[in-house]
Design a protein around this ligand. Structure first.
Ligand code: CMC
Length: 433
């Protein structure tokens, strides 16, 4: 990455040379860090749609071409051949792990998979119908109380242990909140099982009935987690980076990421897609009619699982998941009417000029829920699955912020549009409204 040119900006009475920062894939950013000091102007960019918030070496997306790469590796190759844990190490450390490193990290994941008994007790304080994203965020934050060293993470080994703790425990917490909601006994992790299988065991085993998943189900979970593992400066990752920039610890920053992910325009869309498909299916709604409703802005309805801030051609994760949904359902001999409905809805939308003109395509959330439903994961846990997958990306981004000794606290400016100065009015003199 280097600076090769500059762009001239003319303001009221001066011309300013703004440096252009070039990325390794020819991304170009105009460096405006001195703009306010030199001109008095700030930039205004609603939703940060045009703002490069940082320089990052983790994930590359070309939204026009539908390219997604983690540390240079195409998502298609990682999804086809990789495991979630090696992908996690790739994101966090920048290279695919050696066999030794992978083994050491796996041992660490096993060593850190249990929750402190104090944390298990916390589950009792939540109502049975608590949303698992609320529980997850609270539990991740609470975990920092048990490991005070997290606030002083100055050496690599403390960091690696904290990262392993988070990646390992998040799955224990997710499964525990599911068991709690069912009123079933919590299942402890099984040290003999690998990451995805262990998660399925904690989700679905009973003390008197172990769950033995089909290998295709384990592979499907592995793939879903890889595909969700990072996605550059999305809403939750930007949140993690912002919180990290204040010097907040890894667990606090990732707990904030969970909250940001929860919303329906972000990770919560995977729940919303299934709810939408179920609604259309149950009420036998004509698809063209539904699309007309979506196009009518006054309806307040969006086609969930469609559209993306960055992808303007196709989302490569959606393609992989559509294919995966087909294969998993065929292999398990399941005929889910929602898969057929999703396919037809995609077709109807993609033929419509509203979607064509705005470059709206299925995103990662359009097909993921159908696979998770097949596996038996309840709808309100879908966004938790996204969070488990996204954890390595958040950790990698937290590390990038933490390791940058020149980094500054994230603190945007604003253009104030409120009342100008006025004097305090005593309560008895205020006009009734
Ligand atoms: N259904 C109907 N219209 C849409 C949709 C949609 N799903 N998405 C965008 N539009 C329209 C939007 O109304 C606007 O139209 P106009 O130009 O006439 O005002 C235009 O397309 C541009 O949309 P935008 O809201 O300015 O785009 P954005 O980049 O701010 O929002 C988005 C991106 C993903 C929030 C949005 O496409 C959306 O709400 N999609 C549905 C929710 C969803 O599936 N979210 C998951 C995103 S992928 C996973 C993740 O990152 O979490």
């Amino acid at each position: 990455m280097n600076q090769t040119q500059s762009i001239q900006l003319r303001t009221d009475n001066q011309t300013l040379d703004l440096p252009v920062i070039l990325g390794t894939e020819d991304d170009r950013g105009i460096d405006i860090s001195k703009l306010r000091a030199q001109t008095g102007y700030v930039t205004l960019d609603d939703g940060f749609a045009n703002t490069g918030a940082c320089k990052s070496a983790i994930t590359y997306i070309d939204g026009e071409k539908g390219i997604l790469r983690y540390r240079g590796y195409p998502i298609e190759q990682l999804a086809e051949r990789g495991t979630f844990i090696e992908t996690a190490l790739l994101l966090i450390y920048g290279e695919l792990p050696t066999a030794d490193h992978l083994e050491r990290f796996r041992e660490l994941l096993t060593a850190k998979e249990l929750l402190h008994e104090g944390l298990y007790k916390l589950f009792d304080g939540f109502p049975p119908n608590a949303h698992p994203m609320a529980v997850l965020s609270a539990m991740i934050n609470a975990t920092s109380c048990y490991y005070p060293e997290i606030t002083q993470m100055e050496d690599e080994s403390t960091f690696e242990i904290a990262a392993a703790r988070l990646i390992s425990k998040v799955r224990t917490m997710a499964a525990a909140s599911h068991k709690k909601s069912l009123g079933q006994p919590l299942m402890y992790p099984d040290p003999g099982l690998r990451y995805c299988q262990n998660f399925l065991h904690m989700m679905f085993s009973l003390p008197n009935k172990p769950y033995e998943p089909d290998p295709d189900i384990v592979n499907a979970i592995n793939r879903i987690l890889i595909l969700h593992a990072d996605h550059e400066q999305n809403c939750s990752t930007s949140t993690v980076r912002m919180v990290a920039s204040s010097g907040a610890n890894l667990f606090a920053s990732c707990a904030a990421g969970v909250c940001a992910l929860w919303g329906r325009l972000h990770g919560g869309a995977n729940m919303a897609v299934i709810e939408m498909l179920e609604h259309i299916h149950k009420n036998k709604i004509d698809l063209k009619q539904y699309i007309e409703q979506v196009k009518d802005k006054s309806s307040g309805i969006r086609l969930m699982g469609f559209g993306h801030r960055v992808y303007k051609n196709f989302d490569p994760r959606a393609r992989i998941l559509k294919d995966s949904a087909d294969k998993v359902l065929t292999k398990l001999n399941i005929n889910d009417p929602l898969l057929d409905l999703a396919r037809r809805l995609e077709e109807v939308a993609l033929e419509d000029s509203y979607f064509k003109d705005r470059n709206l395509y299925p995103n990662v959330d359009f097909y993921s829920g159908i696979i998770m439903r097949t596996i038996g994961i309840p709808v309100n846990m879908f966004t938790v699955m996204f969070a488990i997958g996204r954890m390595p990306g958040w950790i990698a981004n937290w590390k990038e912020v933490h390791d940058d000794t020149t980094g500054r606290i994230s603190r945007p400016r604003q253009v104030y549009v409120g009342p100008t100065k006025r004097d305090y009015v005593p309560v008895e003199q205020r006009a009734a409204k």
